[in-house]
Design a protein around this ligand. Sequence first.
Ligand SMILES: Cc1cc2nc3c(=O)[nH]c(=O)nc-3n(C[C@H](O)[C@H](O)[C@H](O)COP(=O)(O)OP(=O)(O)OC[C@H]3O[C@@H](n4cnc5c(N)ncnc54)[C@H](O)[C@@H]3O)c2cc1C
Length: 473
Amino acid sequence: MRTLHWFREDLRISDNTALYHAAQQATEGCLSVYFITPTTWQQHDIAACRVDFILRGLRELSKELASLNIPLLILECETFADIPTLLLKTCQQYKIQFVHFNQQYEFNERKRDEAVIHLLEKNNIHTQGHHDQTIIPPNVIRTQKGETFTIFTPFKKAWIKYYQEHPITLLQQPKKQLSMIANTSTIPATIKNFNSLVASDIWLAGENAAQKRLRYFVDNIIAHYKKWRDFPAIDGTSKLSPYLATGMISPRQCLQAALEFNQKKLDSGNEGAIQWISELIWREFYKDILLNFPRVSKHQPFKLITNKLQWDNNPTYFEAWKQGKTGFPFVDAAMRQLQQTGWMHNRLRMLVAMFFTKQLWLDWRQGEQFFMQHLIDGDLSANNGGWQWSASTGTDAVPYFRIFNPITQSERFDPEGKFIRQYCPELSELDNKSIHDPYARGDVFLSCLNYPKPIIDYKMSRERVLKEYKALT
Ligand SMILES: Cc1cc2nc3c(=O)[nH]c(=O)nc-3n(C[C@H](O)[C@H](O)[C@H](O)COP(=O)(O)OP(=O)(O)OC[C@H]3O[C@@H](n4cnc5c(N)ncnc54)[C@H](O)[C@@H]3O)c2cc1C
C-alpha cells in the first residue's frame, strides 16, 4: 500500500495524527504534499509574515521528513478549487491508494475537503480525515441536551471532566519508510504579493523551535503565568500561538508539558499552570463554535441582533488606529507591536479591539480583517472569537457596558511605561505618569514631541456606545 499525507495546518512530524496513520499504513512508501494557494490565501487575508513563517517551516519540515524517507511535494495552484484535480493527478502519478489529512473546521476548508474526498473516492483512492487540531475533538463536549456549549465556563468544566475520564497520550514518531523516488520541488523563498516586513529572526520556524520555546516556557515562565500574563513588557506568556496556528506544535504536546510540570493536575496545583491550561481550553471552545456556527466564518455576528448596530465608516479613525497614531500611547504601542512583530500581547488585543469598536465605533469585521492580514498567528476561530468578545457581539462576550479605558489600562498594566517606550520612542523621555496620557498636562508641554493628540474624547464616545447597545435590548 502506498499512502499520502496532505499537510495543511499541521507542519510537524511528531504527534501528527494523520501523518502517523499514513506512515503506519504504508507498506510501499509514503508521500506527503503541501499546497500553496496564493489567491485563496489573499481572499482569506493570510498575513505576509505568516506565509514567510510557513515557507520557513516547510523547509525545516522537509528535512525532518527526509530522515523518515517521506518526500514532501510542494504543489502550487491559485485556489482551493484547483486542489481536487491536482491531488488526483499526483495520486495517480505516484500510485497512491490512501490519502490521510487532519481536519480543518473553517467553512471553505470543509467545502474544499468534501470536493477532494468526492473526486478521489470516485477514482478508487480512499481518504481519511483525522481530528488533530484540538486536544478533545470538536463536538465531543456537549451540554446535557446534547447541544454546543456557548458559554465558556460550563464548557471548560465539562472539558476537564471528560479529559480526566479520557486522558490522551502522545503518538509515537511516524515509522521510517521504504525510500520512494519523487520529484520534490524546492520550497520558494517568497510568494508574489506576500512580502513580509517582519524580521524572520523574531520567529524561528519549525517543530524544533516550537519545542524549544515550550521547554523554555515551562522551565521559566509557567509558574508565574497567572501574575505575569497581563503585563506586555514582561516575557510572561508562551508566545506559542504562531506554532499552534500552523501546527508546528500540537495542543496535546502543550497540555502534556503543562501536566508534567503540574504533577498531572488540570485544575489544581500551580496557579500559573491552571491558568495556562484554561487558555488552551479557550482555543478548543472557539474551534467548537466555529464548527457549529458556520456563520461566524461568514462575517456574521454570533448574536444576530447585533447586525442592527450601525457602525460608522470613518477612514481617518481607521487609518490612525492601523498606524498606531491615535494619541493613546498604550493603543498605539500595541498597534506598532503588531506591525513590527506580527504578534500582539493578549491584553492589548482586547484593548485595541475594544477601542476600535466601542470608542471609535468602527465595525469589528474591519478590525478582524486587519488583524488577520497582519498576525503571524492568525487563526479564524480565535481571532473571530476575540473580536466578537470585545465588540460584545459574540458568544460569551464581555457585557456591552464593560469598556476598557485606554489610560487606566495603561497605568495598570504598563505602570512604568516600559512597553510604551519600546514601541513609541518619541514618548520615551516622558515620566512614568505623563507617558500614559501625554496631553493631560497641556499642548505646550508636548510641542516638542512628534506625537498626535488623542483622536477622540473617550468619555463622550462611551456614552454613545451605551446608547447604541441599549437600543438593541
Ligand atoms: C481581538 C483578539 C484577536 C485574537 N486573535 C487571535 C488569533 O488570530 N490567533 C490566536 O492564536 N489567538 C488570537 N487571540 C487570542 C490570544 O490573544 C492569543 O492566542 C495569545 O495572545 C497568543 O499569545 P501566547 O501564545 O503567548 O498565549 P498564551 O497566553 O501563552 O496562551 C497559550 C495558547 O492558548 C491559546 N489561547 C490563549 N488565549 C486564547 C483566546 N482568548 N482564544 C483562543 N485561544 C487562546 C493560544 O493558542 C495560545 O498560544 C485573539 C484575542 C483577541 C482578544
